[in-house]
Write a protein that binds this ligand. Structure first.
Ligand SMILES: C[S@@+](CC[C@H](N)C(=O)[O-])C[C@H]1O[C@@H](n2cnc3c(N)ncnc32)[C@H](O)[C@@H]1O
Length: 344
């Protein structure tokens, strides 16, 4: 039977695969909304450009390669955050147990959870994790988390529902060590207009060549309102009043404002919900990669607000766990079956 969660309003977190700190900004915003104090005690990213940007903006340097960090060298924490890369998916789905995930970056998350026993974790990844290998990959991840003693659930959330003019769907997986009342955020936040995100007079260097602009206009009528034009792999062009998902490795002309210019580094960061106080210290190429790899800050912020609110409250609830809809479920009930709470 799960222990009731204690109430508290002071938390420590670690930021794994931290990139340039999307989760860190989200955590700060969430702590304010949930009325708790939240302190970062460690971060890790293998990319030295990300480490530089993170240090410049958050005042401490992330550790490097997570596979080389012993769990004991990571400070104790209440909340583990990890926007881990999708690289290991192809293998996880075939695996049988926790030790079988060795050699994948998810294994490193799991071994740190096993050793440090944080009160909660939030993992973020691409939407396709849900369907990968006919759902086996995600199931393996959820099973490993449950085997470690955590109640887990996941949701696909879209940045468009959380106020950003970017269609970016991501999977969020939450896990709780103790029984808590957690609900997923609904979103329903009105979308910011592109004109509120775009810079007024970006330098000429962001404009595509005449040939590219002509090729775009030949395929798509210019629109009266501001739109971002998206060229898919087959060369088809679509124009939307929001950006399609930023991608770290996409071609420079993958997204063009009004079919004529690239997004600036600041615009890409704004499309991910980074505040303008974020200091850009890297080249355009690096900033583009960093922003493209990042998570949508307000989405993570909304999830974390509800996680912190749940942890702050505790529940004293001994018989319940979190079901697939974020509904409290009776202990030992079938997963996914809604039940009535027996004891609160
Ligand atoms: C999808 S990005 C996450 C970005 C981050 N959530 C953000 O909002 O900026 C994945 C990150 O994992 C990092 N990474 C990949 N392998 C790693 C490893 N072995 N140890 C630590 N970080 C790693 C990459 O450098 C990249 O920044």
């Amino acid at each position: 039977m799960k222990a009731p969660a204690p109430t508290t309003d002071s938390f420590k977190f670690v930021d794994l695969f931290c990139g340039i700190g999307g989760f860190h900004y989200a955590a700060k915003q969430a702590a304010e909304k949930a009325g708790v104090t939240l302190k970062a005690v460690a971060a890790s990213d293998i990319d030295t450009h990300c480490q530089d940007s993170y240090e410049e903006n958050f005042g401490f340097r992330p550790m490097g390669d997570i596979t080389r960090i012993q769990a004991e060298d990571i400070p104790d924490h209440d909340l583990l955050l990890a926007g881990f890369p999708c690289q290991p998916f192809s293998i996880i789905g075939q695996m049988q147990g926790f030790n079988d995930t060795r050699g994948t970056l998810f294994f490193d998350i799991a071994r740190i959870i096993e050793s440090k026993r944080p009160r909660a974790f939030v993992l973020e990844n691409v939407k396709m994790l849900r369907g990968h290998n006919r759902g086996k990959t995600l199931n393996r991840i959820l099973e490993v988390c449950r085997d470690l003693g955590y109640q887990v659930d996941f949701r696909i959330l879209n940045a468009l529902d959380f106020g950003l003019p970017q269609k970016r769907e991501r999977i969020f997986i939450v896990g709780f060590r103790d029984a808590v009342d957690f609900v997923w955020p609904e979103g329903n936040v009105p979308m910011k207009q592109l004109d509120d995100v775009l810079e007024q007079n970006p330098p000429q260097q962001y404009y595509a060549s005449e040939a590219i602009r002509a090729a775009r206009i030949a395929k798509q009528e210019p629109t009266a309102e501001t739109t971002v034009w998206h060229e898919n792999k087959s060369g088809n062009i679509s124009a939307y009043p929001y950006a399609c998902a930023l991608r770290a490795g996409a071609s420079y002309n993958y997204l063009l404002v009004n079919g004529e210019r690239r997004l600036t580094g600041r615009e890409m960061l704004r499309l991910q919900g980074f505040p303008d106080s974020f200091k850009i210290i890297k080249s355009y190429t690096q900033t583009r990669k960093q922003a493209g790899n990042s998570l949508p800050v307000p989405v993570a912020g909304a999830v974390l607000t509800n996680v912190l609110t749940a942890l702050k409250a505790g529940t004293g609830n001994e018989y319940c766990y979190l079901g697939s809809q974020g509904i409290l479920m009776e202990e030992n009930a079938d997963y996914g079956k809604e039940t009535t709470l027996e004891k609160r």
